[in-house]
Design a protein around this ligand. Sequence first.
Ligand code: GLN
Length: 378
Amino acid sequence: VNSKLPQTGTTIFTVMSALSAETGAINLSQGFPDYDCSPELVGMVNKAMQNGHNQYAPMAGLMSLREQIAAKTERLYGANYNPDTEITITAGGTQAIFTAISAVINPTDEVIIFEPAYDCYAPAIKLMGGLVKSLALDPPDYRIPWDMVKRLISARTKMIILNTPQNPTGTILTKADIDELTAIVRNQDIFILSDEVYEHLVYDGETHHSMARYPELRERSFIAVSFGKLFHNTGWKMGYCLAPAYLMQEFRKIHQYLVFSVNTPMQVAIAEYLKDESVYLSLSSFFQQKRDHFREGLSGTRFKLLPCQGSYFQCVSYQGLTDEKDTDLAVRITKEFGVASIPVSAFYTKATDHQILRFCFAKRQETLDKAVDRLLKF
Ligand code: GLN
């Protein structure tokens, strides 16, 4: 077959999770919790199914859930999204991202991404015939060099993709970044896709600068959000997209033929569960404790810790310890030391290896301790 994505292999998350399972390693590679989600929430799904909520949900999602999302977005970011026209329930963050890209990107349109970048952006852009304009960020701080962004902008620039908190680096956008971004897109026909799936995982009292907070950005943004990170159930594949009505209209044209709608009983349950705002307000301290514990453990190893301001990923550098490529070392540490990680080179479209590995800390404390014990031997 004449491949539509000749450069694309199997996603690193599948590769490393498979190797981890095969070798019986502790899996700190693909990001997902190793503890269960709330039994109360599971009970609500069961009840919804028993109560006969087993047929198609409306194409854009259950209105009760969209109303809860509107309330949450207003409470957190002071933004009003119309549940009727500006919120769509998706099968996870990835579907929201793919659908948003396919809704607006035409052949030869340019899309700016910041690398290391989550691995699903570039293939979606290329599939639409778009051109990936990647800007590499420098470790350890991975700040966006806005003067270089300005130089990358052309008449063909159609979209800028942002990810805050960022996967894999754990960096977050600051108010200064927001100001720079606003100045760049002002009076330009540039859309923003903001991947905010880790919106609640921001630490040390810092603010999550959602595009929803800023009217000038909100009016041109698709915002992708994930319930899997919020409820510790990544396997449910539930999320949503926020966008102004004129963009959401285009989004839904694709959504309706990609998935039509998302499973009903989980929407019923989440709409009910989301009424309790402590569910999302408590998330940051829950994960900050894990981050701090894991960082403390890792500080005894030979790895050098990179900063982690958000997300549930901790990056470490092994520069000076070995010359191995990060892909090779990730495999070797999985096999020889029993801890799986993600090599950060997987997040670049142009070969780049800063000798950095990413570990997921959405794990029970005993799992993190066991992993640290093993990494101490490296
Ligand atoms: N977002 C998860 C991660 O970064 C992976 C999700 C997936 O495998 N699609 O680890």
